[in-house]
Design a protein around this ligand. Sequence first.
Ligand code: ADP
Length: 352
Amino acid sequence: MPLLSLDDVTLRYSSSGTAAVDRLSLAVEPGEVLALLGPSGCGKTTTLRLVAGFERPNSGTVTLDGRTLASPGAFVPSEQRSVGMVFQDYALFPHLSVVENVAFGLTAMPRQEARARASNMLKLFGLEGFESRMPHALSGGQQQRVALARALAPGPRVLLLDEPFSSLDSALRASTRMEVRRVLKSLGATVMLVTHDQQEAMAFADRLAVMRAGQVEQVGTPEAVYATPRTAFVAYFLGGTNLLPGVGFGNGARTLLGILPVTGAPAKGNVLLSLRPEAMRLVPDTDGVALGGALRAEVLAREFQGPSAEFTVACNGLELTVRGAPDLPLRAGDRARLEVVGRAMVLEDIPD
Ligand code: ADP
């Protein structure tokens, strides 16, 4: 049984406008971290706001732990939903100390108990000893952990995070999200987060929901969505890819790169294939002779990316992106040999 579900939910900000969230259905399991991932404007924040109770859907139902939060005939106000929320800018109260910020939502508890609970939450997030600090005297990463502690202190049924790591610099971001994930998992928290950062979503979430134009295009574990994107949009958004047409015959397809092994739906007739940049290998070609199954290619551009380099190559009338080792001695204008070493994925899109 999912803990949180949205069923066929639509929200229009104006009666004549397009739907920001369009007949969206999504379920979050208890203890799960689910990331809403997609480009700017696809409706991620609106989805989060519908769960928080900041927006009222035009149609559809939002249910949390068996209780209807929003439906055509019902609407539970935000403060009665048992939903915790952390905003992008953390929104700490500047005039309250760290412990007072965290204890703020614990009004039903005696003061001493609330402070003890707040201190415990701070301890979980590695902020022991910071109780009496004021928010302005904390680093960005510390402020973010205080905001998380504050949202979790009242024991919400679900925690909503809006771009939680986007204000942190990239070095801090990776270590912080790992630490935050560890704490959330230790608490068994059910989390829905919004991000446009595919790496963050893949590293932080148990499952991803890739959104496009107000709808969920694909849901699954990061591994499954990456390995088997259903559409070109998902393949592009999660990791980048090469699209090429082919004529399928079961588990293979004829393409401009030759016959490629394929996965996904059985290939039949004209199909559109996704071939990831790491599914090909490049080697320098000094004598202009293609060996074995390798194809001739010309390097058009190279982009150094640290642990790898991305090469744009022309090959058999196609322009392809290929990932290679950063020390691969290939530059724009060089000849290379290209070999397909991975499988192509059959997409649901109809080829032009
Ligand atoms: P995302 O979080 O994926 O960037 P949003 O949910 O913020 O997307 O926005 C979805 C769509 O709704 C966009 O077209 C955006 O311009 C529109 N929108 C968002 N908030 C409002 C608002 N308060 N009033 C009118 N339109 C809005």
